[in-house]
Design a protein around this ligand. Structure first.
Ligand code: DUC
Ligand code: ZN
Ligand code: ZN
Ligand code: ZN
Length: 482
């Protein structure tokens, strides 16, 4: 059945204008003023509201097996919570165990994701290296629509990618026309500092940020950016959390390098005082990596987002409940790392970004949807209200508000890092694949309705890097001995 969203202000990244939006068979088929209505059209009244592209969260971990447990939000509960909060697409991470067949891991994740209720795609992590991994990257890129590969520079003795893995994988990604992404923290330094902090007798969550200071992220960010520079591949830094890595991105961009940065609402708003709270459970619930940072970094991240040196907002949604966190009750290094937020990202970013005057409504659309679609090659299918695009839309009421709480959220976790925050400006309706899935507080979805999104590879022209490559590799003149 057709759906007409009537009388709202359409907000794209480049422009806002009053128009109706007509959807059919899951796609946007017409945009214009006073579109005529056939009898069998479902009407959504958007008078006084904005109509925006559905949010894209390019960084989630549903049902992730991690640090001896499994993240509590699965692909059903997590994507459902996302739809409630206006996120209609997620990009999750396939994370193979070291030595595991990458394709086997990919198929495991596909199986888990069958219950998704929102559209989803996958980055694939490269956690080890040999010729079979190189071959598997080719199969993923050419047959399965994977155009981004992830590298954890932290988590030594587990999924960490050392320099050898980074260099080989970056080179292969470049050959294939894929983009590289990194979790930038120096895993050797984290390992050393964790031992040092434990030896000082600090075993509680307050040890977590001490073992992963901003320098650890800054070093890895700079290293990854330089390796990407020499391997001539675009790079995307996930969860940029501190001044050091935001500055590394800005420097490289000023130097003409194709580097992108992602930031989480939590890193924009919370500081490391949460780890010194006397309530162990409260402090442990905030343990994620990279940690929340000393006061001051948050303002720097906001400015980097406003300046265009950070491009996307994500959540790193990776939920663990208190009994799971308690695994690290005597040793902070054993607290499963992760926090939630897939339901709250859009609301928090509007309230603290747009209501504060830091972002325009169009910039909000860019950093919550369009930029992720462009960087990961989902655009213009996703990330824009345009004829032919998927009908993933939000009716956004800038006057409506909600108070964020674990008591009312849909995320399958017993904590919310934004507990008690009142946010004004929320989606009252979520439309996914041309279907109203959320309206006025009610979510109605059928398990498994989410679709896997293949993402095409980038052409060399699109990457726009080959000229630099040619210069770098041109042979020096060999002089004859005189
Ligand atoms: N950081 C987290 O906090 N959780 C999952 C993985 C990660 O890098
Ligand atoms: Zn990470
Ligand atoms: Zn360089
Ligand atoms: Zn992550």
């Amino acid at each position: 059945m057709a759906l007409l969203i009537q009388g709202g202000t359409v907000v794209n990244e480049d422009l806002s204008f009053i128009a109706d939006v007509l959807c059919e068979d899951g796609k946007i088929v017409a945009i214009g003023e006073n579109l005529s209505t056939a009898a069998d059209v479902e009407i959504v009244d958007a008078q006084g509201c904005l109509v925006m592209p559905g949010g894209i969260d390019p960084h989630t971990h549903m049902e992730l097996p991690f640090m001896g447990t499994v993240a509590s939000d699965d692909f059903y509960s997590g994507t459902r919570a996302g739809l409630v909060g206006g996120t209609t697409t997620i990009i999750d991470f396939v994370i193979p165990n070291p030595q595991q067949d990458i394709l086997e891991a990919y198929h495991q994740w596909q199986k888990k994701a069958e219950k998704s209720v929102a559209d989803y795609s996958f980055h694939v992590a490269i956690t080890w290296w040999d010729d079979s991994v190189s071959e598997a990257m080719g199969v993923l890129a050419q047959e399965h629509g994977v155009n981004s590969f992830k590298h954890f520079m932290a988590y030594k003795n587990a999924i960490m990618a050392d320099d050898e893995v980074l260099i080989n994988s970056f080179k292969r990604a470049r050959e294939l026309g894929a983009i590289c992404t990194v979790h930038a923290e120096n895993g050797e330094l984290v390992f050393r500092l964790q031992q040092d902090v434990l030896e000082m007798g600090i075993t509680g969550p307050e040890g977590h940020p001490l073992s992963r200071p901003p320098e650890v992220e800054g070093e890895a960010a700079n290293r990854a950016i330089e390796i990407a520079h020499l391997m001539n591949v675009p790079i995307y830094l996930v969860h940029t959390s501190c001044q050091q890595s935001a500055d590394a991105i800005a420097r490289a961009r000023a130097n003409g390098q194709r580097v992108y940065g992602e930031v989480l609402p939590g890193h924009l708003l919370l500081d490391d005082s949460v780890y010194r709270d006397p309530d162990w459970s409260f402090a442990a619930a905030h343990v994620m990596s990279p940690p929340f940072r000393p006061a001051g970094h948050q303002e720097h991240l906001w400015k980097a987002l406003q300046a265009g040196n950070l491009h996307t907002t994500a959540t790193d949604h990776c939920c663990f409940c208190d009994p799971q966190k308690r695994n690290g009750v005597d040793d902070f290094t054993k607290i499963p790392n992760g926090t939630g937020g897939v339901e709250d990202r859009m609301h928090v970013m509007w309230h603290h970004g747009v209501n504060s005057g830091r972002l325009t409504e169009n910039e909000f659309v860019a950093v919550t949807s369009t930029n992720a679609a462009k960087i990961f090659n989902l655009y213009p299918r996703k990330g824009v209200i345009r004829v032919g695009s998927d009908a993933d839309l939000l009716v956004w009421d800038p006057k409506a508000s909600r108070t964020i709480s674990k008591e009312t959220h849909h995320q399958n976790v017993d904590f919310n890092i934004f507990e008690g925050m009142n946010v004004q400006g929320i989606n009252t309706v979520t439309i996914s694949q041309g279907e109203v899935v959320f309206r006025d507080g009610e979510i109605k979805v059928e398990k498994g309705r989410g679709r896997y999104l293949k993402r095409p590879l980038f052409s060399a022209d699109h990457l726009a890097l080959q000229k630099y490559s040619a210069q770098r590799l041109s042979k020096p003149t060999i002089r004859e001995p005189s």
